[in-house]
Design a protein around this ligand. Structure first.
Ligand code: FES
Length: 106
């Protein structure tokens, strides 16, 4: 699967994500700005917050209770399409998952 990362200024990049790898890890490994992933993906930081394309978010596996709780602490506004990207792992339900990077993570 692929992820298309769209920055707040509209610039974007498309990255191939191998099976089992999260959107957060793909961003960090490829130097995509705006996704920090301070806790390494263990649901302890909320600095991997993203907005999933509104048309694609419902097809993803639902957030678990811990992700729900942590989403209440995100630095940028929480929206209906807010997710923690360390919980979104390839393969995705669509060939290319579009992710909008928030303005701030802290
Ligand atoms: Fe820390 Fe996702 S990387 S909660």
């Amino acid at each position: 699967s692929k992820v298309r990362f769209v920055q707040p200024d509209g610039r974007d990049s498309v990255i191939e994500v191998v099976s089992g790898v999260s959107v957060m890890l793909a961003a960090v490994r490829n130097g995509v700005p705006g996704i920090e992933g301070e806790c390494g993906g263990c649901l302890d930081c909320a600095t991997c917050h993203v907005y999933v394309d509104i048309a694609q978010v419902a097809a993803l596996p639902s957030p678990n209770d811990d992700e729900h709780e942590l989403l209440a602490t995100v630095a940028s506004p929480r929206k209906s399409n807010s997710r923690l990207s360390c919980q979104l792992k390839s393969p995705f339900p669509t060939e290319t998952l579009t992710i909008y990077v928030p303005e701030a993570q802290s």
